[in-house]
Design a protein around this ligand. Sequence first.
Ligand code: ASP
Length: 440
Amino acid sequence: MKKMALHWKILIGMVLGILFGFLMTGFDSGREIVNDWINPFGSIFVRLLKLIAIPLILASLIKGISDLKDISKFSKIGLRTMVTYIITTVIAISIGLVIVNLVEPGAGISEETIARLTDTFAQDSGVQSKIAEAGKDRGPLQFLVDMVPDNAFQAFSNNGLMLQVIVFTILFGISMLLIGEKAARPMKNIFDSLNAVVLKMVDLIMLTAPYAVFALLAQVVVTAGDPEILTKLLAYAGVVVLGLVLMICFYLLIIKFVIGKNPFWFLKQISPAQLLAFSTSSSAATLPVTMERVEEHLGVDKEVSSFVLPVGATINMDGTSLYQAVAAVFIMQVLWPEGLTMANQLTIVVTALLASIGSAAVPGAGMVMLVIVLEAIGFPADRLPIALALIFAVDRPLDMCRTVVNVTGDATVSMLVAKAVGKLGTPKTKNWDDHLDEVK
Ligand code: ASP
């Protein structure tokens, strides 16, 4: 019998998880059961993925750089990647701004709904912590300073410091090139082999993905907010989702007309990463799978993917920046209509771009950066808790959707860069059991 493709298995797991979650909300102790007995399996899976993110970046980026024949190629890839990321993010923000201004989802929100949302969420610890987190005093160049580690091992021991790991690894890889092939050979052998091992770990972990997404989605359903409140925010959520769908269409157009590949083929190959992005709401947790799919299933050479994808996971967040633009304007439409000027909307473009670069690739990070966007346009500080309360109820589902776009954007840009530097080849898929017979 032909084996069922991974993305179908994951999809079935997701659908069953959602149904199971709804079923359990019907029982008194249903929520507790999911929380105590199902959710841990989802958490284990996310931990396993995060566990391999840093070893994978290290091995893959060093392999990528040390395979290069000349360093100038690397700076070409670097420059192209950054410019493309900035362009796609600005396009995402512009799409968000155009549709939120056209649809005006804030127009339908009554005083009563605002009062109800404020009562429910303004004092919520989630809302308060987002404001506190965003409030830390930071100079304009602090993000550059933050990128440089002062202790390599500290950087390796913290998933939030992925950019620091990248900086260390690039320096290490370039130095390996500079000491000459003979001296670098032992190191290169170690990292080449480490890279193969870690990618195999991804294969193994992915075998459990269909069960894990069941657990993750059941948990999302049982912790979801009051459905009545959710429906009040339907217009706003609809605008964000519409924007995200348009962004995916934009990527597919690039795949068809610039890369010259079939968009459906692209979607099929990348879909396991998209489904995980949706289930985990974290591009960082999804990164190992994105890398595996892009290299083995889309045919992007490691020289490109090993740099473009880890950097993209942390700084390229098209979905997040689109959401920030829509959310900021929606909040203004409801709470501060006098602030809706052209100048402020342009400020949103710049700050949402910078904020998405600064956002950590973890669940809910986009909302913290939204506070910074709002502060940049001079949104009244005393209304900030109300502003966040307004969008908090639907943040999780929107986070799930925007993370899919973040990951798809990274994959698309890696293909674009690969094509431009002649590093887009024929995919060579490796299965988890390729060598099983030898070790049996
Ligand atoms: N969860 C998103 C990500 O990891 C970030 C965000 O928009 O909150 O890509």
